[in-house]
Write a protein that binds this ligand. Structure first.
Ligand code: ATP
Ligand code: MG
Length: 577
């Protein structure tokens, strides 16, 4: 019930239109009784009493009523569809907007395929129900009312007698409703899983191929696809069992009325016209009932989708501007981690981190894989908030400043460079379509990317393919560096890739990086010896704790963990060269 009301709230902005359409539908249903009404006149007045002038009247009446029906039908349906589409537009926008602001944690917990399924599939179900089925339901419902009203007008007694079967006919519709909704929920879940498999295997197609996992992935796909089939078939069973059931119930009712009423026609207690009209009106009720049942199927499916959509809309954005958040002034002094701890689940990933980074310094974070380096830097843009302690920039707790003002001062170049399927130019000047080409070329030169970009088929206007698939690893990184240079933020976060760039490419990336780091405060997760050596402060993390801190020379002479890590890396570097 809540879901119904919540859906209605989306209709509210279009309420006048919606009401107009309902009124028109009502008129349409009234009009649709007229042709049946005319049957009585044809039989009684024309056939039996041979009134010729009635023929002309009836013909006009017929044409006119169908003309009016056509007009009301057109406008009522069109307006309703318009309202339905607007509602879907709003729901889809709202859903996308809401998801955008949910935290990274949410996106790590929900597969992209599922999210896509919500925004495309589930809203499609809603669309079907709101834009089409509501109109049908109204029409059928009003038709039933008009028809039964007419039955009573013809004969109270017969109407009561025949309408006794109506509850009998409606019972299975209501009974199947709940079942259908459950089935529909399962179907949509399988659809979402199916989407996930698709997304994963197509984006990772090279891995699938390299491991010859086509069959393995196919089996996964088949499993989900079977699930969709299984539940669709169950739904189909309910869907197709109802009409014959309804028909049978109708036939029984019809048989009773015909034998009883026929008897009275023979005896002359009611006119043949009245009786015929009555039968036609009664049988005309069959179609709306049947259509109501079909609509019910769509409505249940849509409700299941609505429930899922609302469930997403109800997830609060846990990382958002706090009330009274202020603009973070331009960074000029220091970033401080004050006793910061963090956990994703139960197990703490960072413990009591205390760290002060001054303006213009370069901080290198080193430590084994899984030590918590990425987690630590991800808290600066508030991708995650600390579980305990606080992070401040120039004394402002990050949770007390607007996210926008915070992130506008940060540049991030990550392990997996994210590029968009757009031109090189738009990837560098992300979100700034009016940026001058001059400036873009300038940062591309600093990022050592200008040369290879110029060599591309359409230079800066070349589309680089989804996630930059048309570029090499090093090229992608240099474009990402150019993007960060373009943004020109005072604070920089580099989560460097250990990915195997060849020496030439590595050298280029490194030169680009040193251009990027110049005059900035930089947090760098470094694997490159040179970056580490030149850092103002090296922080060694081990299992979420800071275990060593100091300059390269200090840490080497301390002969601790850094000394050991450095030794290991240095050996492999020597071995590789
Ligand atoms: N979204 C997540 N949910 C739960 N645990 C996570 C999540 N992300 C990371 N972890 C865990 O947190 C710990 C620290 O991860 P983190 O990514 O910060 O390590 P890292 O030092 O950057 O490692 P690497 O050098 O391999 O990039 C790891 O044990 C990891 O398994
Ligand atoms: Mg990492």
């Amino acid at each position: 019930m809540d879901t119904y009301f919540r859906l209605l709230r989306y209709v509210k902005p279009y309420l006048p239109l919606f009401l107009v359409s309902i009124v028109l539908t009502f008129f349409y249903s009234l009009l649709s009784v007229i042709p049946i009404f005319l049957v009585k006149n044809i039989l009684d007045d024309v056939f039996i009493q041979k009134k010729q002038e009635m023929l002309v009247l009836i013909s006009y009446g017929l044409v006119f009523s169908y003309l009016l029906m056509g007009i009301t039908h057109f406008f009522s349906s069109y307006i309703l569809r318009y309202v339905g589409q607007r509602v879907i537009l709003d729901v889809r926008n709202q859903l996308y907007r809401h998801l955008q602001f949910l935290s990274l944690r949410f996106f790590q917990q929900n597969p992209t395929g599922t999210l896509m399924s919500r925004i495309t599939n589930d809203t499609l179900m809603l669309e079907d129900a709101i834009a089409r089925k509501i109109g049908d339901i109204l029409k059928d419902f009003f038709s039933l009312i008009a028809l039964s009203g007419y039955l009573f007008f013809l004969s109270y007694y017969y109407a009561l007698l025949s309408l006794v079967v109506l509850p009998l006919a409606l019972a299975p519709i209501v009974k199947f409703a709940q079942k259908l909704r459950k089935i529909s929920i399962r179907t949509q879940e399988y659809m979402a899983d199916l989407n996930s498999v698709l997304l994963e295997t197509f984006t990772g197609i090279n891995i699938v191929k390299a491991f010859c996992m086509e069959d393995f992935e196919y089996n996964k796909f088949q499993h989900e696809n079977r699930g969709v089939f299984k539940y669709n078939i169950r739904a189909a069973r309910l869907d197709v069992i109802t009409p014959p059931l309804l028909e049978f119930i109708g036939a029984v009712g019809g048989a009773i009325i015909i034998s009883y009423g026929g008897f009275h026609v023979i005896r002359g207690t009611i006119s043949a016209g009245t009786f015929m009209t009555f039968i036609i009106a009664l049988f005309s009720m069959h179609l709306p009932i049947r259509k109501l049942n079909a609509s019910n199927f769509s409505i249940q499916r849509a409700l299941a989708s609505a429930i899922r959509i609302f469930a997403f809309l109800d997830i609060p954005a846990d990382i958002k501007d706090s009330p009274g958040a202020v603009e973070l002034p331009a960074f000029r002094d220091k970033v401080v981690f004050d006793d910061v701890s963090f956990k994703y689940d139960e197990e703490p990933v960072l413990r009591s981190i205390n760290l002060t980074v001054h303006y213009g310094q370069t901080i290198a974070l080193v430590g084994e894989s899984g030590a918590g380096k990425s987690t630590l830097v991800n808290m600066i843009p508030r991708f995650f908030d600390p579980s305990a302690g606080q992070i401040t920039i120039d004394g402002h707790d990050l949770r007390q400043v607007t996210i926008k003002s915070l992130r506008s001062q940060l540049g991030i170049v990550t392990q997996d460079t994210i590029l968009f399927n757009d031109t090189v130019r738009n990837n560098i000047a992300y979100g700034q379509h009016e940026a001058s080409l001059n400036r873009i070329q300038q940062v591309a030169r600093m990022a050592y990317a200008h040369e290879f970009i110029e060599k591309m088929p359409e230079g800066y206007e070349t589309i680089i393919g989804e996630r930059g698939t048309k570029l090499s690893g090093g090229q992608k990184q240099r474009i990402a560096i150019a993007r960060a240079l373009f943004k020109n933020p005072p604070i920089l976060i580099l989560d460097e890739a250990t990915s195997a760039l060849d020496t030439e490419s590595e050298k280029m990336v490194q030169m680009a990086l040193s251009n990027l780091m110049r005059d900035r405060t930089t947090f760098v997760i470094a694997h490159r010896l040179s970056t580490i050596r030149n850092a103002d402060l090296i922080v060694v993390l081990e299992q979420g704790r800071i275990v060593e801190m100091g300059s390269h020379d200090e840490l080497i002479s301390a002969q601790g963990i850094y000394h050991r890590l450095h030794g290991l890396q240095f050996e492999t570097v020597l071995k590789n060269s």
